[in-house]
Design a protein around this ligand. Structure first.
Ligand code: ARG
Length: 589
């Protein structure tokens, strides 16, 4: 659907043209003085400069021209020539009735459909998922959902760290513990066992042990490096063991991401692009992009306009080994081959900003991706504890994601117990949903780039700008609708929302009408927090409307039906907004 603001702009632009002014000068915005008007147009000021007239005279002409405009009411001039616009109630209710009848609630993309890869997750195989990966998962999932809702083809890729030193550490630690396994016998010719020589619990104990040993013992570190090198060069037993590590780890990761309601289309990793590396490096060399620097093969990516140093990107180390940058470049080659994307969006810790700047510049310079493709880095800040330092367990260790989810769920559960009569299963299910909402909304309502403080009591509060408050609003609407049905009202007998009866109702309708605009803006800016702001405002307006009106007790049946429809639409918009954030509402709470 066309945006409400666009419809109003077009009407005003036509009037500008009719009066002999350039339509480009006419800009309409949502009023920042809602007590005075709904929309405002400051075009007369700009026109005054260009046409050397007084803004008030131009504004008068325009206002005279809109006098008979059927959709407007009360267009007036404020100050030196600002035009205040109010809409006819019928125009507003018409617009939201159309939204009501549309499966996408009126949302259509501002831009042509694109193919987009979202690279989020970034979990490392063999290492447990910790809170550092939480933000990537939550933000990336939301961006993926918003893009899809607008009709883009969006492919989510977990892009596992599955090829690095941590694998070598695990391999050499398993060998240390169990040297007789066939994986370590270089003469072994047979089939390797089908089951892994460890469970996920053992694997989660093996990696930290191996890592701390390697830190203190140079020999152990050397063994881990050697194992990594041999794995990467295809040593048969190591490849077989690596596959076990991958399978055991991925099964566990899937469970963990699943608990977060985060779903990837692709479970690819750094290892998948390895086969593209030799050809890519050849191409870089052939085309003369590379040169040698201290034995390493590098490409210059600095620009004259740089205000900070962007060092050359290293393609191969002096010993011929590949790096994180090589992998990310080869992954672009792979994605271009598989999907020819119009955009790749990376949701990664902001401390990797320089790395991605180098990778993007190199990809564009070497033309491994089409020139007009967008490469976007969404660098997120750190989730801190109340002490302002990265969030840790009470003992000071790294917090595992599954523990964090449990803690917040328990916190919510305590609150629920006090309030309602529910079966134990219901309490479980509801506290899971509300807990996740607290966690996700607490994260997404902040600008991604900023660090934020994980404040459990604040995040899980049922009041204020929180996930649980929004769910509570949805649940409240559902309960009103259930009451109406229990009274014998057939909710599908009428789908019409009549003109607003009061200003709180009108405000609610106007807010609803902006959904399309907000979804597009939040996708364009890659900022789910704009959706958070919107659904929070919408919830507040609904709650105001609810307090001012007695919906169930209303005797005028037409009015009551219209209200029931209005709150149904409010619920739909709220739930659609929540879904774009990856949040689900329970039936009750
Ligand atoms: N595995 C990496 C890490 O833990 C994150 C990967 C992000 N994605 C990428 N294409 N580099 O730091």
């Amino acid at each position: 659907m066309e945006k409400l603001i666009k419809k109003i702009s077009t009407i005003m632009e036509d009037k500008f043209e009719q009066c002999g002014y350039d339509r480009q000068l006419c800009t309409v915005t949502v009023s920042n003085r809602p007590d005075l008007c709904q929309f405002q147009c400051n075009g007369a000021m700009a026109a005054a400069k260009k046409y050397k007239k007084s803004p008030i005279d131009i504004a008068k002409e325009i206002v005279a021209a809109v006098e008979n405009e059927e959709n407007f009411e009360n267009v007036s001039i404020a100050g030196p020539g600002f035009i205040n616009i109010n809409l006819k109630d019928s125009f507003i209710s018409n617009y939201i009735n159309n939204m009501y009848g549309d499966s996408k609630l009126g949302c259509t993309s501002d831009v042509d459909p694109m193919t987009i890869v979202v690279d989020y997750g970034g979990a490392n195989v063999a290492k447990p998922l910790h809170v550092g990966h939480l933000r990537a998962a939550i933000i990336g999932e939301s961006i993926k959902r918003i893009g899809r809702f607008l009709g883009h083809k969006v492919i989510g890729d977990v892009h596992l760290g599955d090829w690095g030193l941590q694998i070598g550490m695990v391999i050499s630690e398993v060998e240390r513990r169990n040297p007789s396994l066939p994986y370590f016998d270089e003469d072994f010719q047979g089939e390797y066992p089908e089951t892994a020589p460890f469970t996920i619990d053992e694997l989660e104990e093996i990696y930290p042990a191996a890592s701390s040993l390697a830190k203190s013992d140079e020999k152990a570190m050397e063994a881990a490096r050697k194992a990594t090198f041999e794995l990467q060069n295809g040593r048969r037993g190591y490849v077989a063991l690596w596959k076990h590590i991958l399978n055991v780890s991925i099964a566990d990761l899937k469970k963990n991401y699943g608990n977060l309601n985060v779903e990837f289309d692709l479970w690819k990793g750094e290892s998948d692009c390895q086969k593209y590396i030799p050809e890519m490096v050849e191409l870089f060399k052939e085309k003369g992009f590379t040169y040698e620097s201290e034995g390493a093969l590098v490409i210059d990516v600095a620009k004259e306009t740089d205000t900070y140093t962007v060092p050359p990107i290293i393609i191969l180390k002096s010993d011929g080994a590949t790096l994180y940058s090589t992998t990310d470049l080869a992954t672009i080659v792979e994605r271009v081959k598989d999907y020819n994307p119009d955009a790749i969006i990376y949701v990664v810790d902001k401390r990797q900003g320089l790395h991605f700047e180098q990778v993007f510049r190199c990809a564009k310079k070497t033309n491994i991706i089409k020139e007009d493709a967008t490469l976007d880095f969404i660098g997120f800040g750190t989730m801190n504890g109340k002490d302002g330092k990265p969030f840790k367990t009470r003992e000071g260790g790294v917090m595992r994601l599954q523990d964090l989810i449990q803690i917040i769920k328990d916190n919510v559960k305590d609150k629920l117990k006090e309030t309602d009569t529910m079966t134990p299963e219901e309490v479980e299910e509801i506290s899971r949903k509300v807990g996740l909402a607290a966690l996700k909304y607490g994260d997404l309502s902040n600008q991604a780039t900023k660090d934020y403080i994980f404040d459990m009591d604040k995040f899980s509060s049922f009041e204020g700008n929180t996930g649980p408050y929004l769910l509570y609003t949805v649940v409240r609407i559902k309960s009103i609708l259930r009451k109406a049905e229990a009274e014998g009202i057939n909710l599908s007998s009428s789908k019409e929302i009549l003109h607003p009866y009061s200003s709180t109702e009108r405000d609610l309708m106007l807010k609803i009408s902006r959904f399309n605009e907000v979804v597009n803006l939040s996708f364009k800016d890659r900022s789910p927090n704009k959706i958070c702001d919107y659904i929070y405002d919408l919830s507040n307006l609904f709650n105001k409307f609810y307090h001012d009106n007695r919906i169930i007790a209303e005797e005028n049946i037409e009015k009551k039906m219209s209200w029931l429809n209005l709150i149904t639409l409010t619920q739909k918009v709220l739930e659609a907004g929540l879904d774009l954030l990856g949040i689900e509402a329970p039936e009750k709470m």
